[in-house]
Ligand binder design. Structure first.
Ligand code: SAM
Length: 304
């Protein structure tokens, strides 16, 4: 049987920078040790839609404990709600989906979307309602993006989908099962270190450094992730290395657009850090995409 038939749980949200496309490459870059270690913690401090977490938990059943984190509170609430109250989330999504499909035309659907977006932006919902609406908006908004303005208001417009799967019950249940061994944190990525006991492995997928002026989407929250933030993350990686903790990090390859841009080569230079350029298929609006090839970086403190 092919592996893809066995693997069921997949991201329940579409997220900018989602790793579904690169997942096989990332999996081969994981340390060999991961397969055999019995007692260690998988840590993903920038969880986003969790493509790598879900893959790892399904392919490495020896992993008994994971820690995930994100600075985006709506996202974190959604993970917690699916972990604790999957039935309530499914019920809410089912009601919303039935209503959505009962609407006669696109204009009515759009109005319903805008109404739900206003409800979400009122910021007075309980966690379950907030999470159900986040999923609904994600499935029906333009490009399935999460974007907020400076007042933390979700502002992605209505998207035109024939048949969006608003309530994916099977997947929510599959994700819920996997999340039982996952501790879910909200805050800055550095906080994750405080929760480690014993051996661990960190996979970082931070907001990417924009590779061109037109691909500067790295705003998942009110806070932005600029070059200083990329440097702070490197310092955190050094802290892990000093503690002999293995880590893998993905980022954009600034050389896609400018062969002379050595930002990451400079930042991560050193004897015990390894930079791999891997081919990625992604729809970023840039000159490199027009040429058809985009590379991304996989940086680690271990050699494969
Ligand atoms: C590139 S996305 C991760 C994508 C994810 N790997 C996936 O497959 O969907 C980066 C994530 O980092 C989060 N983030 C940004 N700044 C952060 C910080 N200082 N600490 C923790 N998370 C942060 C964003 O909210 C976003 O969800």
């Amino acid at each position: 049987m092919e592996l893809k038939n066995i693997v069921l749980a997949k991201p329940f949200l579409k997220w900018a920078g989602g790793k579904s496309q690169l997942i096989n490459v990332i999996e081969t870059a994981l340390p060999e040790k991961l397969k055999s270690l019995k007692n260690f913690t998988y840590v993903e401090p920038f969880i986003g839609s969790g493509a790598v977490l879900l893959r790892v938990l399904q392919h490495y059943p020896n992993i008994k404990k994971a820690i995930i984190n994100d600075i985006n509170i709506d996202l974190v609430k959604a993970y917690i709600s699916i972990k604790k109250e999957p039935g309530l989330i499914i019920n809410q999504l089912d009601v919303i989906q039935k209503k959505y499909f009962s609407l006669k035309n696109e204009a009515e659907k759009k109005l319903y979307f805008l109404e739900k977006r206003d409800n979400f932006n009122a910021r007075n919902l309980n966690d379950i309602n907030n999470s159900a609406l986040l999923i609904f908006l994600n499935k029906t908004c333009f490009n399935g993006l999460y974007r907020v303005n400076s007042n933390n208001k979700f502002n992605v417009p209505f998207g035109r989908y024939e048949n969006p799967k608003i309530c994916d019950e099977e997947n929510i249940i599959a994700v819920n099962k996997l999340l039982q061994k996952v501790k879910i944190l909200h805050g800055d990525y550095t906080e994750t270190l405080k929760h480690i006991t014993g051996e661990s492995f960190f996979y970082f997928d931070p907001p990417y450094k924009p590779i061109s002026k037109t691909s500067s989407f790295n705003k998942y929250a009110k806070e932005s992730f600029d070059d200083e933030e990329q440097k702070r993350l490197k310092t955190f990686c050094d802290t892990l290395s000093a503690k002999k903790i293995m880590w893998l990090l993905s980022n954009s390859d600034t050389k896609n657009n400018n062969a002379e841009d050595h930002f990451f080569d400079e930042l991560y230079k050193g004897d015990s850090i390894f930079i791999n350029r891997v081919k990625a298929r992604r729809s970023i609006n840039s000159n490199a995409t027009k040429r058809g090839e985009i590379f991304e970086l996989l940086i680690s403190n271990y050699k494969k």
